[in-house]
Design a protein around this ligand. Structure first.
Ligand SMILES: *Cc1c(COP(=O)(O)O)cnc(C)c1O
Length: 405
């Protein structure tokens, strides 16, 4: 029999969202007359905006003509999209990111998962707790996480930075200095943000300790407050110590289309002066054959004037839902955070209920599905995540039900 990758066998249990799906299916089968409202998974529900749809149609037509047909895309992305991102995303922020420092991909999840491949196997990884599970699990798969302790739900070789009400859900510098620091703001799952001054402190910390920050800015488009940075490259010195990962999923509804990108500045170097940019270009060129032309044209259209207006309307729709959830829960006596610069509301479970007990309670009593905070890490225990990605009508109804419990 074939030997399998033992690092994969170390991953505990089943994926959080499969466990939730099973519980919901069982409840639904036992209670066929109940209307279940799902505010659990972080997926968009609004259709793609008209400008994106038009760009898709036009690009399909180009594929039908021998003169404009496109085969393999350049594996680092088409220049039209990389130039647009450099001009429309980074230039207005005062961030000096050249188009050839942008690597177009089929989404941020794969980039978050794959980027660790260019680092040594024995580098120390730090993550926030609670956290987007992809950062930890991909490092487990790479054999970098050590052993798992089911009692604490922690990996022996991972540095955890708890984010709780005590620190305003913002990580503090860890006592053990890491080599790679994953940061995600606005945050999934807590919906928290940090200020530009706080992010600058992290950049300074990384520079001082020769660490690399992997900054996941998937929710950048949801920022509504002025003091919250849209990109890590707004901070001085970030070109020497930070990689930024972005996605078209949450800002323009591309979760099913698939498009994202990663920025690796050319100033970012390994300990012997190696170019991380060159390593990622090598990796990308070897293991990835480019995002579809049609989808990259759709991505370009997001940054047209109409595309920006239409996608901002969608974000405003979700953020209105976020407000309904936030205000409604607050009025019902819950302790809530997030929801102001992110489509996620993070609530403290009442009466010190565990996250999973509250999940069952909400499903049974209100027929509302959310996500148990403990599924994102041990410091998420006692918390619960609701998302603003439902319809307005369902969101209002879900909150009415929770209020009347
Ligand atoms: C949704 C999400 C992404 C985006 O993933 P895609 O693969 O681009 O759809 C990345 N990071 C976080 C934290 C997310 O929640």
């Amino acid at each position: 029999m074939i030997k399998v990758n033992e690092d994969y066998l170390k991953l505990p249990g089943s994926y959080l969202f499969s466990t939730i799906a099973k519980k919901v299916a069982a409840f639904s089968e036992a209670n066929p007359d109940k209307k279940i409202i799902r505010l659990g998974i972080g997926d968009v529900t609004q259709p793609l905006c008209p400008t994106v749809i038009k760009a898709l149609h036009d690009a399909v037509d180009e594929m039908a003509d021998a003169g404009t047909f496109k085969g393999y895309a350049p594996d680092l992305g088409y220049a039209f999209l990389r130039d647009t991102i450099s001009e429309k995303v980074y230039k207005p922020l005062g961030a000096d990111i050249a188009s050839d420092e942008i690597f177009v991909s089929d989404g941020a999840k794969s980039d978050c998962g794959n980027i660790q491949e260019i680092f040594a196997k024995d580098v120390k990884v730090a993550v926030c707790d609670p956290v987007y599970p992809v950062y930890v699990d991909t490092n487990v798969m790479a054999g970098r996480a050590g052993s798992y302790d089911p009692a604490t739900e922690l990996w022996s070789d991972v540095v955890y930075m708890p984010c709780t009400a005590d620190n305003g859900f913002a990580p503090e510098f860890p006592s053990e200095v890491p080599d790679i620091i994953y940061l995600c703001f606005p945050n999934n799952p807590t919906g928290a943000t940090i200020t530009k001054a706080q992010l600058q402190e992290w950049v300074d910390y990384a520079a001082r300790n020769r660490a690399v920050i992997i900054y996941d800015a998937a929710y950048e488009a949801y920022i509504s407050e002025p003091d919250v940075p849209h990109s890590i490259y707004e901070c001085e010195g970030a070109r020497e110590c930070a990689i930024e990962i972005r996605s078209f999923s949450k800002n323009a509804g591309f979760t099913g289309l698939r498009l994202g990108y990663t920025v690796i500045p050319k100033d970012l170097k390994g300990e012997n002066g190696e170019s991380l940019h060159a390593l990622w270009a090598r990796r990308h060129g070897t293991k990835f054959n480019g995002a579809p032309y049609i989808v990259q044209k759709a991505g370009e259209a997001v940054y047209s004037e109409e595309g920006q207006r239409e996608t901002r309307e969608q974000i405003a729709y979700y953020m209105n839902n976020a407000k309904v959830i936030y205000e409604g829960l607050k009025a019902a006596g819950y302790t809530v955070s997030g929801g102001v610069n992110a489509p996620y509301i993070w609530l403290k479970t009442p009466d010190n209920m565990s996250s999973w007990d509250f999940f069952d309670y909400l499903l049974e009593k209100a027929n509302v599905v959310g996500t148990p905070g403990s599924g994102f890490g041990p410091s998420g225990e006692g918390y619960f995540r609701l998302t603003a990605f439902g319809s307005y009508e369902n969101t209002v109804q879900a909150i009415e039900r929770i209020k009347s419990l």
